[in-house]
Write a protein that binds this ligand. Sequence first.
Ligand code: FEO
Ligand code: CA
Ligand code: CA
Ligand code: CA
Length: 565
Amino acid sequence: GSTALAASDRFAFDAIPIATDFTIHVPEGYSWAPVAKWGDPLFSDAPAFDPVSGVTTEGQARAFGENTDGMELFNIGGRQVIAVNHEYANTRTNLARSGGDVTSLDDVQLLQNAQGVAVFEVEEAEDGWRIVLDSDLNRRITHQTPMTLTGPAAGHDLLKTAADPEGRTVLGTMNNCGAGKTPWGTYLTCEENFNGYFGSTDQALELSAEFGRYGIGLEGRYAYETYDARFDLSQNINEPNRFGYIVEIDPADPTSTPMKRTALGRFKHENAACAVAPDGRVVVYLGDDERGEYLYKYVSDGVYTPGGDTSDLLVEGQLYAAKFTDDGRGEWIALTPEATGMDAAEIAIHTRLAASAVGATTMDRPEWVAVNPVAVEGYCALTNNKNRAVKPNAGGDETPVNGPNPRAENKYGQIVRWYPENDDHAAVDFTWDLYVMAGNPEVHDDAYAGSDNVHKGNMFNSPDGMMFDSAGLLWIQTDGDDSNEDGFAGMGNNQMLVGDPVSGEIRRFMTGPKGSEVTGITWSSDRRTAFVGIQHPKAPFPDGEGSLARSTIVAIKRDDNAVIG
Ligand code: FEO
Ligand code: CA
Ligand code: CA
Ligand code: CA
């Protein structure tokens, strides 16, 4: 890397240094404050958060959940509503009452209520942003909320269970990672590591190769299977087939039933970035976050017209997987029955196998995808691939280095960018380049030093969350090694940086508390506040010594209240 990049004046802040402490830092002239913390009531019938024991099982279903992740803000009739994911649970924190052990059905239900999605109204008062308690738009969606399966897999035999013989109604959404917003104003929540919630009380149960490819095994991470038969594979073998989808939620109607959109495929969905093609078709870019898995896009059959019927736009369409060639070109390969030898429902359920069948390009863990609002280009954060040589993803393809994944031991990650042919996001062909290869120029002088836009003043590793602001600047969030040692020396805590797609310049805007990742960003309607998520912090963040750590959404503002994105 070099420091010789011409400084762009598109950044309205000075870069900040790394940090290794347990709080948040933002540039001079900016400030931050918490808006919502794990356990904050959304309704007045939820008990107040207890700094030692946390929340009760019932209270958790009426309160802000654990591990905030992707989020979007919606303006609903002038009211500002945040929809946000609660990705997973930290048993040591959430079950502090039992020392972190899952010992009963009640413990399982507390964890189930701590995850899923929260929808809540926020307002800006004299002393800052706050949750509007008891707003009629507030809602918690958990592992128990009924939802409808739509698209090619709905009603398939693999989705039928004793409780749902039609294969069309599922309870809950889980491991909700990144997010997306449709052009028609609904929220997309993305089911990522759903495999980890299932296990078997019969350790002799034999699992299919398809389960192997998705990482579904005999022992769940939270022992759900011991106390809740729905998650016990020996009793409900098809239940895992009902997770791993994109779920559409209408934040304007708290009584609406969330829709699982199987047409967008089943994998470890990171997020969903929408674009509208010149002819009006809706394009959704999708990453599958696992070593050696793929980048996807979905193109609707129908066209989007503002105010028109959108009910089939995420039901009927074509899914594609990306194939990159080393010469800077690439192609979206349609996952059709002809190309894959699978029928439409099988493609929707076993999407990874369909993409393998067409020879899609194995990637270094596709995390967030982002679409530039002021140029026709897409970005995907390829977070890292620590053990390419050791073992490819279970049951997956071999993962040699290739064009957009050029480093054998990739502990830093990179961001790939593609330019659709004819400025058409629905096009089959594209060209690509690497926007940045993260690295450490203090430790390395080869490819592991990173690309030219990485220098000692902006080093980071493991790009993950990404979102464009309305001016076309790319906000990059990291989820990596925050040891600040060895190959990571000089990088400090996880952080958020801002990238200029035109100049390539990347500047550090924020550092998170030690132990956390920074994930999820959205803006107030007037763009004078950025809401940013802090996931899995360690105490004393945010409430000080003596309190459990609490995942938190913070509001960041400029002291002069100017627009910040
Ligand atoms: Fe939930 Fe891939 O991050
Ligand atoms: Ca992520
Ligand atoms: Ca990550
Ligand atoms: Ca995470």
